[in-house]
Design a protein around this ligand. Structure first.
Ligand SMILES: NC(=O)C1=CN([C@@H]2O[C@H](COP(=O)(O)OP(=O)(O)OC[C@H]3O[C@@H](n4cnc5c(N)ncnc54)[C@H](OP(=O)(O)O)[C@@H]3O)[C@@H](O)[C@H]2O)C=CC1
Ligand SMILES: O=C(CO)COP(=O)(O)O
Length: 346
């Protein structure tokens, strides 16, 4: 792996995490003529990306740009970087930030495309980032409906970049935006992260329902009432409702609840068909964020006294406390009530 000097207008971007999403985003940014170095911890995977321009484990059969460089040396990936994009699973987020901190060039802001919370604490990733990196480092979250495979294939995609610093959101959106990729911006990191995390839990619920052949009405009902759960927790936490009605919330919820490329939906499908959870996780063979996120969503819900019946049923199914059939019975037996007992907007 050899770094080249950057040319006019092109930024140097370090992408940390060489799984399916990190590789797809690195390839997208490299196709936009920026200089991208992808860091991964697996030497064989990195060698295939750097030398053969492919990632056989995570994006089989997809050609990557020849300009995309890859390395297992994190310090080398960060040398001269204008921008850092972290794309590891949420459980590895804090340790990756700690590892990158000493090598981050002073001017490089840090964005991430991971979806979830810090396991065990329920902390948002922007809270973790501010603590590890310090309050002065520009931070941004990249989120929205975006399956890695489709982005890697160059299919049209729209997502959103939220930051407290408008200029940093513009910088991050600027490297992502291109002929087949629309990157919007916003300033609500909390709402954006909440949507991206919660949709994974709700995708398990619709997967379970579809696995049990409960029909299309059940699926639409779960998506809509799931959105309501997102909005209720978001209101208690102080996020903007508009964020949840956009790409970071509704958009990603619809994608993940209906698209079979979703690993969280596939976990739900397997559980709904009666497959044991360990077998299902092994068969998926990639990160399934809901396994940690369900715990953290319920931790936040209890802390803020918000009722989330669908997320709670998913939590109980994932922990083997109830069967999918019992989860369904539990949801259907709930009291009849107003659709909006309290206003969610305004
Ligand atoms: N895939 C997608 O379509 C999308 C994913 N996301 C989010 O992106 C994040 C990453 O997921 P994704 O790329 O899909 O996951 P994958 O399962 O495709 O890949 C996981 C990657 O993370 C690496 N990894 C695992 N643990 C660690 C660790 N402790 N330190 C460093 N690297 C580690 C793996 O390395 P190794 O191979 O060595 O195990 C692998 O490169 C998740 O939060 C996910 O929700 C968001 C939008 C779309
Ligand atoms: O976040 C995603 C799409 O936006 C990917 O979803 P899964 O993690 O369920 O595969």
């Amino acid at each position: 792996m050899q770094n080249r000097p950057s040319e006019g207008g092109a930024l140097r971007v370090a992408v940390l995490g060489a799984g399916s999403w990190g590789t797809a985003l690195a390839a997208l940014i490299a196709r936009h003529a920026h200089q991208v170095v992808l860091w991964g911890r697996d030497a064989a995977g990195v060698a295939a990306i750097d030398g053969e321009h492919r990632n056989p484990r995570y994006l089989p059969g997809i050609a990557l740009p020849e300009s995309l460089r890859a390395t297992t040396d994190m310090a080398a990936s960060l040398a001269g970087a204008d921008l850092v994009l972290v794309v590891v699973p949420s459980h590895a987020f804090a340790e990756t930030l700690q590892a990158l901190a000493p090598h981050r060039p002073a001017a490089a802001g840090v964005a991430w495309a991971s979806k979830g919370f810090e396991p065990g604490s329920g902390r948002f990733l922007h809270e973790v980032a501010a603590e590890v990196l310090g309050e002065d480092v520009p931070l941004a979250v990249v989120t929205g409906p975006s399956f890695a495979k489709e982005v890697a294939l160059g299919l049209p995609t729209a997502l959103t970049v939220h930051s407290d610093q408008a200029t940093f959101a513009e910088t991050v959106a600027g490297v992502l935006h291109g002929p087949s990729f629309r990157a919007y911006t916003g300033d609500d990191m909390l709402g954006a992260e909440l949507g991206g995390a919660m949709k994974n839990v709700l995708a398990v619920a619709t997967g379970v329902a579809d696995g049990m052949d409960l029909g299309l009405n059940a699926r639409a009902g779960l998506i809509t009432r799931g959105l309501n759960e997102m909005l209720r927790l978001n209101r208690a936490l102080g996020g903007e409702p508009e964020t949840l009605m956009g790409l970071a919330g509704l958009g990603d919820l619809v994608l993940t609840c209906t698209g079979d490329l979703s690993r969280n939906r596939r976990l739900g499908l397997a559980l709904g068909r009666g497959q044991p959870i360990d077998e299902a996780i092994k068969a998926i063979g990639q990160v399934v964020e809901s396994l940690q996120t369900a715990d953290e969503v319920m931790r936040l819900a209890r802390r803020h006294d918000v009722e989330l019946p669908i997320a709670e049923a998913v939590y109980a199914v994932l922990h083997g406390e109830i069967t999918p059939a019992e989860g369904l019975a539990q949801l259907m037996a709930r009291e009849r009530k107003a659709e909006y007992p309290t206003a969610l907007f305004g």
